[in-house]
Write a protein that binds this ligand. Structure first.
Ligand SMILES: Cc1ncc(COP(=O)(O)O)c(C=O)c1O
Length: 396
């Protein structure tokens, strides 16, 4: 795999870009959301880096065209998305399987509406992406969790509990987060197979949110859930996107892979009910990113690992009461802050108002996230360094 060389990489990812006053969810409107002046944001999962140059160029060209009419993703877009799955994960997907939507959450919600009824139960695994539960509830679904268990400092699936919660609740759909945000675990093929087998046994469909598939480190490998076993494609809706991978979240393009024609028909029908499409800038940028962005991504992953190593090293030395969990995947560090000996509410307040850093409150990912904070590492090292120093000073 080609990598951008060391000198250029530092230039790309060390560059501090002022995102204030750009309608940034992460950097703007802080006071309105109760944050003190001067707070440094490490919360919502987008990156403070420019997208790969090829994607920026493609988006710029599309914007410069000046005519922004209705758009349709062409063969080049689909080929690029298919090729990405093949070359990165060895997964063969058909053109027919792909359903594009403006965002993964949009797709998850659409699939839930298409494949279950109001009042039905959807199972998740807390602590998990904080948007899942409210979106499911807003769609009038019941939410149950088979909570992940901390075993010797690592999150594990309790398969007995997984099956018990699923059967007792009459779960219709299992919403998997793979790799798992916020705990940073990559589910192994064995774990995926055990989960999938239980789902098949109880007639449960799987929506696998694989938006973080491209941030997997070291000797860990991402196995798409549907590729873990030949029995899984018929029960699975796989949600992917170039948005986290290449920092294109604001453009809102995502691809679901649905091998089962009957599930596809139902989802397409639900989507027809609101007639959405992708915008021309998103189509151009996503295609270019998937086509040319792999070397940029490899360099980015090295940089992110360097950020994680810095965080871990400084905390171990200066503030051992805050322990980052192992980072197998994602660019989101899950910090065990229970060693601070504070109530959760006091701790969350102290991060914002004493340390003046804006992290995600762990309890928003489920009740078992209390005592934790999530820190987004996708920023220049100098910014991260400032954030870590603030935390050490406030709590040390
Ligand atoms: C697991 C997971 N799914 C979905 C999303 C959001 O996806 P989108 O912006 O495409 O709706 C996020 C964003 O952080 C996420 O972590």
């Amino acid at each position: 795999m080609n990598r951008i060389d060391e000198k250029d990489r530092a230039g790309i990812f060390d560059k501090v870009i002022d995102r204030r006053d750009t309608n940034s969810l992460k950097h703007d409107g802080m006071a309105e959301r109760g944050m003190p002046a001067g707070v440094l944001p490490f919360w919502v999962a987008d990156m403070d880096f420019e997208a790969p140059p090829e994607a920026v160029l493609a988006a710029t060209r599309a914007a410069a065209h000046g005519v922004y009419g209705y758009s349709i993703a062409g063969k080049g877009y689909y080929d690029a998305a298919i090729n990405w799955q093949k070359t990165r994960f060895g997964w063969d997907v058909d053109r027919d399987w792909i359903i594009t939507t403006p965002g993964v959450v949009f797709m998850v919600a659409s699939a839930v509406r298409a494949l279950s009824e109001p009042g039905d139960t959807i199972m998740i695994q807390n602590p998990v992406y904080a948007v899942f539960a409210p979106v499911l509830r807003a769609n009038d679904r019941k939410v149950v969790s088979s909570d992940l268990k901390l075993v010797d400092g690592r999150y594990e699936i309790d398969f007995d509990d997984f099956e018990k919660v699923m059967t007792e609740s009459g779960t219709k759909i299992f919403l998997l987060c793979h790799p798992h945000n916020p705990i940073g675990r990559v589910w192994t093929r064995e774990e995926l197979k055990r989960m999938g087998e239980i789902c098949i046994e109880h007639g449960v469909l799987v929506i696998s949110d694989e938006i973080h598939e491209d941030f997997v480190y070291g000797d860990k490998r991402h196995v798409p859930f549907a590729a873990a076993d030949p029995l899984f494609p018929p029960i699975t809706v796989t949600c992917t996107a170039p948005s986290k991978t290449f920092n294109l979240a604001g453009l809102q393009a995502s691809n679901a892979f649905v091998a089962n024609p009957e599930l596809r028909r139902k989802i397409n029908r639900a989507l027809d009910a609101c007639d959405v499409g992708l915008n021309p800038i998103a189509i151009a940028a996503a295609e270019a990113a998937y086509r040319y962005g792999a070397p940029w991504l490899e360099s980015l992953k090295e940089y992110l690992l360097g950020n994680y190593a810095m965080l871990r090293g400084v905390l171990e030395r200066e503030l051992p009461a805050v322990r980052p969990m192992e980072l197998e995947a994602t660019y989101l560090a899950w910090l065990d802050c229970s060693g601070l000996g504070m109530t959760h509410v006091d701790m969350v307040g102290a991060f914002a108002h004493k340390a003046k850093v804006w992290l995600n409150d762990g309890a928003t990912f489920g009740a078992n996230g209390a005592g934790f904070m999530r820190m987004n590492l996708a920023c220049p090292r100098s910014t991260l360094n400032e954030g870590i120093l603030r935390i050490v000073e406030a709590f040390g």
